[in-house]
Design a protein around this ligand. Structure first.
Ligand code: NAD
Ligand code: UDP
Length: 341
């Protein structure tokens, strides 16, 4: 099969590309590198010994996307292309609504014109909002959001559902990711955020490698066992393999189906710090600071539907996640470095 990865040079897309190529599929990556580097695609090729068809294009550019769909016979699309910084989305909401909604609309229109009927979408646990009890189950109603990024995911899920309702041949798989961390075990691919990391694990690894002085833990007075927030962290290679299963599912079904991709086990911020310290042997200086606005105290997945229906289950441990994160950052202290756009 040939799978088009919109935003495929990013953290999740590049690891997914490796899993798809290793399973024998062909991959077409479209990315404008607004938050990634072409070096990640070079490394996907290096790791797999396969060639990736790649385009530097904005997924909102309908003429460019129409040409890409005309030049390639695409069996399935995976839509990763979006802006994802929660805090930034509150400062520049229109940029988030424009980019995230427009990439989705453009892809769906180009797919309809080209007769492509299968799409897997990068959704997020954020769509459960703050009203649902934990663990989150796919049958729960979507909640609201305290930030524009979350609203774009809620709106995009609705757009997909409505589009699939109107076209009975369309197959949509909405993947609600929990918290992916870790890296390819080779240390050649990993997460390389621009500027100050927003997410916990890249912040920890940048402290470990000496790029930052100390970690600020956002809040120590939450109603959790150690007072710090708890999340459902999963290994990026488990998440990548989830996409392989999702593509196979999309090829065999129509309509919209939603899956949580998580482990079902929450860890606190302090548990992550301690697990990282023991996997790496590096001490992480920490200060407990104020809460970050909008953070929920704790959430985790009920991942049983993905196991039952897709045959997917996260296999890698927290130790694997910490070891591989460290292996990546240690080998690439400046990430993709000067190759970054
Ligand atoms: P990322 O920023 O590393 O990857 C996104 C990619 O999309 C980047 O390569 C970026 O350059 C590209 N892109 C963005 N807008 C584009 C456009 N208009 N045209 C072409 N390319 C564009 O992020 P990621 O962590 O790999 O996340 C991928 C998807 O998964 C995103 O939609 C994100 O919201 C979602 N998601 C991520 C997480 C997480 O924790 N990483 C959790 C839940 C959901
Ligand atoms: N966190 C933290 N310090 C940081 C970054 C994150 O204490 O510098 C905490 C954050 O409050 C949350 C957890 O780590 O409880 C995971 O944060 P991340 O942004 O990675 O994921 P999300 O909150 O979006 O689930």
């Amino acid at each position: 099969m040939t799978i088009l990865l919109a935003g495929g040079a990013g953290y999740i897309g590049s690891h997914t590309a490796v899993s798809l190529l290793e399973a024998g599929h062909d991959v077409v990556i479209v990315d404008n590198y607004i938050n990634s580097s072409p070096a990640a695609v070079d490394r996907v090729e290096e790791l797999t010994g396969r060639t990736v068809t790649r385009y530097r294009a904005d997924v909102t550019d309908k003429a460019a996307m129409t040409a890409i769909f005309a030049e390639n016979t695409i069996d399935c699309v995976i839509h990763f292309a979006g802006l994802k910084a929660v805090g930034e989305s509150g400062r520049v909401p229109l940029r988030y609504y424009r980019n995230n909604l427009d990439t989705t609309l453009t892809l769906l229109e180009c797919m309809a014109a080209a007769g492509v009927k299968r799409i897997v979408f990068s959704s997020s646990a954020t769509v459960y909002g703050d009203e649902n009890p934990v663990p989150y189950v796919e049958t729960m109603r979507r909640g609201g959001s305290s930030h524009p990024y979350g609203w774009t995911k809620i709106m995009m899920e609705q757009i997909f559902e409505d589009t699939a309702k109107a076209d009975s041949d369309l197959s949509v798989v909405l993947l609600r990711y929990f918290n992916p961390i870790g890296a390819h075990p080779s240390g050649r691919l990993g997460e390389d955020p621009r500027g100050v990391p927003n997410n916990l694990m890249p912040y920890i690894t940048q402290v470990a490698v000496g790029r930052r002085d100390r970690l600020t833990v956002f809040g120590g007075d939450y109603p959790t066992p150690d007072g710090t927030c708890r999340r459902d962290y999963l290994h990026i290679m488990d998440l990548a393999e989830g996409h392989l299963r999702a593509v196979e599912y999309a090829m065999a079904h129509t309509g919209t189906e939603v899956f949580n991709l998580g482990t079902g086990t929450p860890y606190s911020v302090l548990e992550i710090v301690h697990a990282f310290e023991s996997a790496s042997g590096v001490a992480i200086p920490c200060t407990i600071g104020p809460r970050r606005p909008g953070d929920l105290p704790q959430f985790w997945a009920d991942p049983s539907k993905a196991e039952r229906v897709l045959g997917w289950k996260a296999r890698r441990s927290l130790e694997d996640m910490c070891r591989d994160s460290w292996n990546w950052q240690r080998q690439n202290p400046m990430g993709y470095g000067e190759n970054k756009e």
